[in-house]
Design a protein around this ligand. Structure first.
Ligand SMILES: [Zn+2]
Length: 287
C-alpha cells in the first residue's frame, strides 16, 4: 500500500532528519530503491518526473508497477509515490492514476497564478488523500527540459504559498539540479532560516541533492529541511557500474549479455547509493 508523504515528513521534521525522494526511471530503479528502504527500515518517497512517467508509458503503468512491487517484495516501510515537478495537467493525471503524492511546480507562473492553481490542486489532492508539494523560487539547473535559474525564494512568497494548505514546500536556496559547477556558491542558509521561520514549521524540501557537501546537507536538515530529492546521483552510479561491467568484457562472457545480468551491477549500485543517502539523511530505522 502507498501512503501520502505528509505523516512521514512531519515525523522527519520533528525528529530532525530528512526522508529521501529518489527518482525512478524503470523497474530496476524501483526495485533497488524499495529494497534499500526495506533494508534500512526507512520511509521512502519514489519520485516520478513527467518525462520519466512518459518513458514508462504513463502514470497508470507507474502506479500499477509500484503498488504491485511493494506487495510482491513484501515492503513494509512507508512508501509514497510522488509526482516530481508536476504541471497543472500532470498533477491532475497523477491523482487519477493512483499516486499518493504530487508536486505542483508553479514557480514559473506569476505568484498570483501560482496561488490560484496551487489552491485548486490542494483541494483536489486532499480530497483524494494525497499530499502536495509546491515550489517557490525556481530551482536552478535543468530537469527534464525544465530550466531553472537558481533563485533564492522570497520568504514572504513562501509564506503565501505555505498558507494555502500544502503539505511541504520546495524553496530555492541556491540549490540546482544536476551536477554542481565548480564555482557554485553553496546553499544560502540565511535564506533557509528566514523561510523556515516565515512558514510556520512546514516541512521544507531540498531539490538537487546530488553533490551538495555532507556538512551542508546536515545543516540544511537542522534548519527545517525534511525531504531531500536525489536523482542524478543514482543515474551516475548506475552508469558507472554498467560501464565497468562492459569495459571488463563481462557481457561477452557466457550469458553475460542477458539483460538481467547486464543490469545487475547498476541495480546494486543504485541500492548502495540510496542506502548511503539514507544514512546521511538520518532516516535509517525511522520507518
Ligand atoms: Zn527538483
Amino acid at each position: 500500500m502507498l501512503v501520502s508523504a505528509t505523516e512521514m515528513l512531519k515525523k522527519a521534521r520533528d525528529g530532525h532528519y530528512a526522508v529521501g525522494q529518489f527518482n525512478i526511471n524503470n523497474l530496476e530503479w524501483t526495485k533497488s530503491i524499495l529494497l534499500a528502504a526495506q533494508e534500512a527500515n526507512s520511509p521512502v518517497i519514489l519520485g516520478v518526473s513527467e518525462g520519466a512517467g512518459k518513458y514508462m508509458t504513463g502514470y497508470k503503468t507507474v502506479a500499477a508497477m509500484v503498488k504491485a512491487m511493494v506487495e510482491t517484495l513484501g515492503i513494509t516501510v512507508p512508501v509514497a509515490l510522488h509526482l516530481d515537478h508536476g504541471s497543472y495537467e500532470g498533477a491532475k493525471a497523477c491523482v487519477e492514476a493512483g499516486f499518493s503524492s504530487i508536486m505542483f511546480d508553479g514557480s514559473h507562473y506569476p505568484i498570483e497564478e501560482n496561488i490560484a492553481k496551487t489552491t485548486e490542486l490542494v483541494e483536489l489532492a486532499h480530497a483524494n488523500g494525497l499530499s502536495i508539494e509546491a515550489e517557490v523560487g525556481s530551482i536552478g539547473g535543468e530537469e527534464d527540459g525544465v530550466i531553472g535559474a537558481g533563485e533564492v525564494a522570497d520568504p514572504a512568497e513562501c509564506k503565501k504559498i505555505a498558507d494555502l494548505g500544502i503539505d511541504f514546500l520546495a524553496a530555492g536556496i541556491g540549490n540546482i539540479h544536476g551536477k554542481y559547477p565548480a564555482n557554485w556558491k553553496g546553499l544560502d542558509f540565511e535564506a533557509l532560516d528566514a523561510i523556515h521561520k516565515a512558514t510556520n514549521g512546514i516541512p521544507l524540501v531540498l531539490h538537487g541533492g546530488t553533490g551538495i557537501p555532507e556538512d551542508m546537507i546536515k545543516k540544511a536538515i537542522s534548519l527545517g529541511v525534511s525531504k531531500i530529492n536525489v536523482n542524478t546521483e543514482c543515474q551516475l552510479s548506475f552508469a558507472a557500474a554498467t560501464r565497468a561491467y562492459i569495459e571488463a568484457g563481462k557481457d561477452l562472457q557466457g550469458k553475460g549479455f542477458d539483460p538481467r545480468k547486464l543490469l545487475a551491477p547498476g541495480a546494486e549500485a543504485i541500492k548502495a547509493t540510496v542506502l548511503e543517502k539514507m544514512q546521511l539523511f538520518g532516516s535509517v530505522g525511522k520507518a
